[in-house]
Design a binder for this molecule. Structure first.
Ligand code: ASP
Length: 464
């Protein structure tokens, strides 16, 4: 028992994932999850569903306040305001460039493997694509007509825009704004504590999420689509472990081994939630506290990346395009594939990092190059699992670019990056309330209340 207690949170989360896989597989293979059965009703769609959904909600709950507060403090603490433009420019170019590389690699790998050739298209399930927003609308929507509505909807780009503008305006107000900046700083610290609280239950939640997903996996579908799955997973792994790590090493000189080790937590969160957006709190914590990226860079690059950077999703689009084009016997040619690359990169800018959005982007790409949209029905059955894996790739890309940009701006703390223990979440240490501090705060609140009451008394007496 004590050895479990002394494990790092990452180990516990990995353990939760492994046990979740085993339990999920057991339920799946033994047929215990038959509709109407006790296991299906009360365990898979009862306990697992409840624990998983509550946890994802808890993560989502943190996203908007965390992004806003860290961006405000990030902008106010930036020192040189020109850096903001540089960070924005560099991260945008890197995000687009890596997405284009990702999809190009995917097309080459899938093309060379010849997946889908000779397969029968009759098996295609129904799929009707939904519209992706036009690029002009995406650009217009960056500026929120109602920031509260954007916050309520969790729309990242307008929230980022509004927070940056707020930070810049505070800087313009200058000295008079110090108290509000100080307040934002403290509130940001408080939010980070909230991230720790939510993360402390992650091992159990990850177990529930994975067990549910695996128990519902169509194993026979996986085998019938083995070619597609193997090529896609291979391309995703190649991009994450080879391409991106070369990019990290070349552009920043940082050690990919250390980077990957510290990213395991974030990848498991992304894998189990299938949502880059819901993973923002964990990414932000890891990038700043474990990888040493200064908040002035990470507060922008992480949420920005979660929204516009989707290397894994782009890879899925590349592989699926080749696969379905081969099945339908459509020859796309060089121009067709270049269009696919361009469309995928553009589509990733306009769509948020939430589960399943990759398929919507794919329907947009298909419509553009004249592939039958209903062909997407062919890969639908395995998409949840593929979504989980590609989301892990997406968030790895966000953190890679954050490190590169921070390093180039002199905003990466190398000691933190190199220290294997840095920012390690030890839940017992992090989550305790200091009794003295607690008492001090209680005294403070009491005194403030007394003061307010006295003032109220004074005013009512003077009015009488
Ligand atoms: N789930 C992915 C993400 O959140 C997007 C997708 O590929 O569907 O990054």
């Amino acid at each position: 028992m004590s050895s479990v207690k002394s494990m790092s949170l990452t180990t516990k989360v990995l353990l939760g994932m492994a046990i979740g896989m085993v339990v999920g597989l057991l339920i799946n293979l033994t047929g215990l999850n038959a509709p109407g059965s006790f296991i299906n009703e009360y365990i898979v769609n009862g306990v697992f569903l409840l624990a998983g959904k509550m946890f994802v909600n808890a993560l989502k709950m943190l996203v908007v306040p965390l992004v806003m507060l860290s961006l405000i403090t990030g902008v106010c603490g930036i020192g040189d305001i020109r850096m903001l433009g540089r960070v924005g420019g560099k991260s945008f170019v890197l995000y687009m460039m890596t997405t284009a590389i990702a999809i190009a690699t995917a097309i080459v790998i899938a093309g060379a493997s010849g997946i889908g050739k000779g397969m029968n298209q009759d098996t295609a399930a129904e799929f009707s694509g939904s519209e992706s927003p036009a690029l002009t609308q995406v650009l217009i929507d960056i500026i929120p007509s109602n920031p509260i509505a954007s916050m309520a909807n969790g729309d990242m780009l307008p929230v980022i825009f509004f927070s940056i503008l707020l930070g810049i305006s505070m800087l313009m107000v200058g000295r008079k704004a110090t108290s509000i900046i100080e307040g934002a700083e403290v509130a940001n610290e408080v939010m980070m504590k909230m991230v720790n609280i939510v993360m402390s239950v992650a091992p159990y939640a990850v177990f529930a999420l994975i067990a549910k997903a695996v128990s519902e996996l169509g194993i026979e579908l996986l085998t019938s689509l083995a070619g597609y799955v193997i090529v896609l997973v291979g391309a995703l792994m190649f991009h994450m472990f080879v391409t991106m790590m070369i990019v990290l090493k070349v552009f920043s000189g940082l050690n990919p081994g250390i980077f990957l080790k510290k990213m395991r937590n974030v990848q498991v969160f992304a894998f189990s939630t299938a949502s880059s957006n819901a993973t923002i709190p964990v990414s932000m914590r890891t990038v700043t506290e474990r990888l040493g990226v200064n908040n002035s860079v990470a507060s922008f690059t992480v949420p920005f990346g979660a929204t516009i950077n989707m290397d894994g999703t782009a890879i899925m689009q590349g592989v699926a395009t080749v696969f379905i084009a081969n099945i339908y016997g459509v020859e796309l040619g060089v121009v067709g594939y270049l269009t696919v690359i361009l469309m995928s990169v553009l589509a990733s800018v306009g769509t948020a990092g939430v589960p399943g959005v990759g398929l919507i982007m794919l329907s947009m790409v298909f419509a553009q190059v004249g592939l039958p949209v209903e062909g997407i029905g062919l890969v639908l059955g395995v998409d949840r699992l593929m979504d989980m894996i590609r989301t892990a790739v997406n968030v790895t890309g966000d953190a890679t670019v954050s490190c590169i940009v921070a390093k180039s701006e002199g905003k990466l703390n190398r000691t933190v990056f190199d220290d294997p223990e840095a920012g390690q979440l030890d839940t017992t240490d992090e989550l305790h309330i200091d009794e003295d501090a607690g008492r001090e705060l209680a005294d403070f609140v009491e005194k403030t209340q007394e003061k307010t009451a006295a003032k109220r008394q004074e005013t009512s007496e003077s009015v009488l």
